[in-house]
Design a protein around this ligand. Structure first.
Ligand SMILES: NC(=O)c1ccc[n+]([C@@H]2O[C@H](COP(=O)([O-])OP(=O)(O)OC[C@H]3O[C@@H](n4cnc5c(N)ncnc54)[C@H](OP(=O)(O)O)[C@@H]3O)[C@@H](O)[C@H]2O)c1
Length: 426
């Protein structure tokens, strides 16, 4: 990363603008912001979107949570109107965006934030979009001081901060670094219309653009230098027994994105995890025959869903019939019944042939990962960028949650009720 000190921060009317507050996820994030930070007392924040009428309805509904919500300012703009995005970016210290698919709606907003030296965080899991933002804006964001932090939701905060935490434990307790970290994910949760639209848009763009396919295939495609090579190869595709986890594993649908974010963090931290660092992610299942059967069933279902999604007419049929439409998603009861747990095994291999040292990590959330827990992750990322001053990196660029906010964000998420724990492997 650049070593020059960043330009001074301009003062702004708002600490945070919650951009996309009318969407399924945006409403949940806005409610969480209100419950945690009130309507302007400890944090100056505003609701942003493209429809005044819809935003007023969101604000009116939020009054049932806290009557002070009526005081929340409303900011208007449109992702296709650059001038409106420039005005939005100039009004805030941080823009937190849930307006996706990001490859469709996110490009001009990132450009506006970079130009205005405004910090930005979002929920994208679209690797080709992040690659394009790195190419277009990383150097200029370093110059303006704008911190552009993608992937501040379930994709990829548990993976990125979990790895940072396990590496920290290994360093503190053993004076070593993990040459390898494996992450095993388990979860119960649903999908919203915007998430489905983002995944299908990525499949569609990949089907017609070789450049997108290359980004999705290259394990190091989000590294600063996209020609970077390292020891990791392709993401897990089939069912495997993993001796480190002591359980059956299968492919995890978000692993390709999360793993590239973790590798970018390593590069942005000047290879603090090592140039030979290996990272992988899989779904973790049980240890017995039941675990094997579930792993096989889930793997088959994922492969089937991807096969269907790559056929354009079937994809459109799915979108129109079975899948949630934009604005729809899991009910409050379904969200409350959800959870996620990401378990990490970090391995250091001391020189001189001594036995490997292993440490364990867990990141857990007690509601639906994509919505209840993501609302915590995005809102705390935004507030961390706005208020945490020297406790986080002040350097601009197209960053990752761990490289920019590091353990300060872990502290915030612990305070928000998420679990971040490490221990020695027995
Ligand atoms: N990383 C994660 O864990 C995670 C979790 C949840 C969601 N997500 C991502 O978040 C994104 C949103 O998902 P969602 O289900 O909440 O979507 P959604 O309900 O469809 O909401 C989309 C939002 O974008 C707004 N929008 C659409 N076109 C716009 C335009 N031209 N200008 C300004 N705003 C515009 C919509 O405004 P209107 O209401 O006016 O239409 C709405 O506020 C998706 O990309 C999804 O993948 C990620």
């Amino acid at each position: 990363m650049a070593t020059a000190s960043p330009p001074p921060r301009p003062s702004r009317p708002f600490d945070v603008v919650m951009w996309g507050a009318t969407g399924f996820t945006g409403k949940i994030v806005a409610e969480r912001m209100l419950l945690t930070y009130g309507a302007g007392r400890s944090l100056r924040w505003a609701l942003g979107g493209r429809s005044r009428e819809k935003l007023e309805k969101v604000r009116a509904d939020l009054r049932a949570v806290d009557p002070a919500a009526g005081e929340l300012p409303i900011l208007l703009g449109d992702s296709r109107d650059r001038a409106s995005l420039d005005a939005l970016a100039a009004s805030a210290r941080v823009v937190a965006s849930t307006v996706g698919p990001f490859a469709v709606h996110g490009r001009e907003l990132v450009a506006a934030c970079v130009d205005a030296a405004t910090d930005y965080c979002d929920l994208t899991g679209e690797a080709h979009f992040v690659r394009d933002m790195i190419d277009a804006h990383h150097a200029r964001a370093q110059a303006t001081g704008a911190r552009i932090v993608h992937a501040c939701g379930y994709d990829s905060i548990p993976s990125d901060l979990g790895t940072l935490m396990v590496q920290g434990h290994m360093r503190e307790k053993h004076g070593a670094r993990c040459a390898e970290v494996k992450c095993f994910a388990s979860l119960k949760g649903g999908f919203s219309g915007g998430t489905v639209a983002s995944m299908l848009n990525m499949v569609e763009e990949a089907s017609r653009d070789r450049g997108v396919r290359r980004v999705l295939a290259n394990p190091y495609s989000l590294d600063p230098d996209r020609t970077e090579r390292g020891p990791d190869a392709r993401d897990q595709l089939g069912v495997r027994w993993d001796a480190d986890a002591g359980r059956w594993t299968g492919p995890f649908v978000m692993a390709p994105f999360n793993a590239r974010v973790v590798r970018r963090t390593n590069a942005l931290l000047d290879y603090a995890y090592g140039r030979d660092f290996r990272y992988s992610e899989a779904m973790g299942f049980g240890a017995g025959p039941g675990g094997l059967l579930t792993a096989a069933a889930v793997t088959g279902a994922i492969a089937g869903a991807f096969a269907v999604a790559t056929v354009a007419p079937l994809r459109r049929l799915l979108e129109k019939t079975l899948l949630p439409a934009p604005g729809e998603g899991p009910s409050k009861e379904e969200r409350d019944a959800g959870f996620f747990a990401s378990r990490f095994v970090g391995t250091a291999r001391p020189e001189g042939g001594a036995a490997p040292v292993r440490v364990l990590g867990t990141v857990k959330g007690a509601s639906d990962p994509g919505y209840g827990e993501t609302a915590k992750m995005l809102s705390e990322s935004a507030v961390c960028l706005a208020l945490d001053g020297d406790a986080i990196s002040r350097r601009g660029g197209v960053l990752t949650p761990a490289a920019c906010m590091g353990m300060r964000l872990v502290e915030r998420l612990r305070a928000a009720g998420m679990t971040f724990e490490t221990s020695e492997a027995s």
